[in-house]
Design a protein around this ligand. Structure first.
Ligand code: ATR
Length: 269
């Protein structure tokens, strides 16, 4: 029987992960199945137990269960511990390994797909919630000149900076941004509501790469604003494909090629 994987969420029917992993498996000649798994809001741990009993090898985890997944894991990778959240579970003999591939996905999308190194760059991270927290360690590991976290609620950004304790990190409010950054990442949930974080035009220049973690058929308001002020823009579809590629690599020990899968997904939006 082929190895079984799934993505657990609620809701989950919209997930693109089964298509992405099917494409990776076909490309890498790996025999596996990957489907959507709807877990009840109060039933994440039971769902995981049932999957293990059925012989599943692993699962991705999405909204709203990434904290439950961290609690369910019997061991965590360093990047999952830093993220405080888990998006990739591996069911191994006698245990559940919790990992987080979101940050690696973001970094790979920026460095490989956009071709922009993070090393030595001034990076601005907008937001201080779960999405932002998940990418801090992998960004710091690239050796940026600095990583500035700007958040609407300044105290939350201050707390994150204190927690990570890196000399490369500092916090600010949106109103404190006075000069352009090389890389600007929107990790706020503002785009979901069609809102723009209140950042000034000076955040961007011709050399800026502006990336929104959200994606859709149309550019987000953040991407439109950044583009109007000269930045090169990117949505979160590349990060989605890259976090999946990182999970596939964790599970299968083979790194899939992502460009064709990203292109195919883009046309299906
Ligand atoms: P997620 O897991 O998606 O990061 P979250 O933990 O609820 O979700 O965090 C949402 C982030 O988006 C927070 O940084 C939030 O700012 P506050 O800490 O001030 O709440 C930010 N956010 C949400 N809506 C926003 C908006 N309209 N403008 C600016 N920031 C916004």
């Amino acid at each position: 029987m082929s190895d079984r994987y799934c993505v657990i969420g609620n809701p989950i029917a919209h997930s693109k992960s089964p298509d992405i992993h099917a494409a990776f498996a076909a490309q890498a000649g790996q025999v596996l199945t990957y489907e959507c798994c709807l877990a009840p809001l109060d039933g994440f741990a039971d769902t995981v137990r049932a999957l293990i009993a059925q012989g599943y090898k692993g699962a991705n985890v999405t909204v709203p269960f990434k904290l439950d997944a961290a609690a369910s894991a019997t061991s965590l990778t360093e990047r999952a511990r830093a993220a405080g959240a888990v998006n990739t579970l591996s069911f191994v003999d006698g245990g559940i390994v919790g990992d987080n591939t979101d940050g690696a996905g973001l970094v790979n999308d920026i460095t490989r797909n956009a071709g922009v190194p993070v090393a030595g760059k001034r990076v601005l991270l907008l937001g201080a919630g779960g999405a932002a927290r998940g990418v801090i360690l992998p960004l710091l590991e690239q050796g940026p000149a600095e990583l500035v976290i700007a958040n609407r609620t300044r105290a939350t950004a201050d707390a994150l900076v204190a927690e990570f304790g890196s000399p490369l990190l500092r916090a600010c409010g949106f109103g404190d941004i006075a000069e352009p950054f090389d890389i600007v990442i929107n990790a706020t949930s503002a785009s979901l509501a069609g809102d723009l974080p209140p950042i000034p035009a000076e955040t961007f220049c011709q050399e800026t790469l502006a990336l929104d973690m959200m994606y859709g058929k149309q550019p987000t308001v953040f991407m439109q604003f950044a583009s109007r002020h000269g930045a090169q823009v990117r949505d979160g579809l590349g990060m989605l494909v890259e976090q999946a590629a990182e999970a596939f690599t964790v599970w299968r020990g083979v790194r899939p090629e992502t460009p064709a899968v990203l292109e195919q997904l883009r046309t299906s939006l």
